[in-house]
Design a binder for this molecule. Structure first.
Ligand code: 13P
Length: 247
């Protein structure tokens, strides 16, 4: 299984940000892991062009369930694909919180992604209050159940465990807490999807940095990271790619 270092630029980056991706490409002409950047939609075509022929893959940060139509401000999976994307992040906690996205909607978007040949990076994760209430595994179980359609395979989907309280805060769960959730996800997904989930990659996201990457990548059932802030600088994301390559 090829591990995955995925960068989520969120709503960050204008033209000059392409130079950061170019520096990353130059530093990693090939890598034993997959390297993905999901830029703002406005940069997707330019980043995909810059990445052509390199080890860098590109993706969107969201897509609509429909192929086209009267949906002002939205982007379809087909449009992302045409702009050079091979992945799309779906159900990020910021979209669940800012845009009221439900797991049922995330499942519909996942189907749209698959129909257009995109690999869905489906995000799940508990809030701080849910963890404090001892509900973490219940929340993960229900998000996995409701956000993932039948037909999932290791080739069409990646799961990212992103505790909401660890995103952009500099706080991460203990390694034991991450390991507990990844072990739970691995068992839950194999119980539901059987052999199809064999090659499924399970990422961790939330305050991943060069300084904590190696210890996170040593956790069992963990196959890479979804990185926010630290993916914006080639030097930092490159160090995370190097840590994953060495794991
Ligand atoms: P940070 O790495 O900035 O904490 O963000 C994580 C994230 O939300 C990636 O999708």
């Amino acid at each position: 299984m090829r591990k995955l270092a995925a960068g989520n630029w969120k709503m960050n980056g204008t033209g000059p940000a392409i130079a950061e991706a170019e520096a990353l490409i130059a530093a990693h002409p090939s890598a034993p892991c997959d390297i993905l950047i999901c830029p703002p939609a406005t940069l997707l075509s330019r980043l995909s062009a810059a990445a052509q022929g390199s080890a860098l893959l590109t993706g969107g940060q969201d897509c609509h369930t429909a192929a086209s139509g009267a949906h002002t401000g939205d982007i379809s999976a087909q449009m992302l694909k045409e702009a050079g994307a091979s992945y799309v992040i779906l159900g990020h906690s910021e979209r669940r919180a800012d845009h009221g996205e439900t797991s049922a909607l995330v499942a519909a978007k996942t189907r749209a992604a698959w129909e257009n040949g995109l690999i869905a990076v489906v995000c799940v994760g508990e809030t701080g209050a849910e963890r404090d209430a001892g509900r973490t595994l219940d929340v993960i179980a229900s998000q996995l159940q409701d956000s993932l359609p039948d037909g999932l395979s290791g080739a069409n989907t990646v799961i990212a465990y992103e505790p909401v309280w660890a995103i952009g805060t500099g706080r991460i769960p203990t390694l034991e807490q991450i390991a507990e959730v990844h072990d739970f996800m691995s068992k839950t997904l194999s119980a539901r999807f059987g052999d199809a989930s064999g090659g499924l990659r399970l990422l961790y996201g939330g305050s991943v940095k060069p300084s904590n990457a190696a210890e996170i990548f040593a956790i069992p059932n963990l196959h890479g990271a979804l990185v926010g802030g630290a993916s914006l600088k080639a030097s930092e994301f490159g160090a995370i790619v190097a840590a994953l390559s060495a794991s």
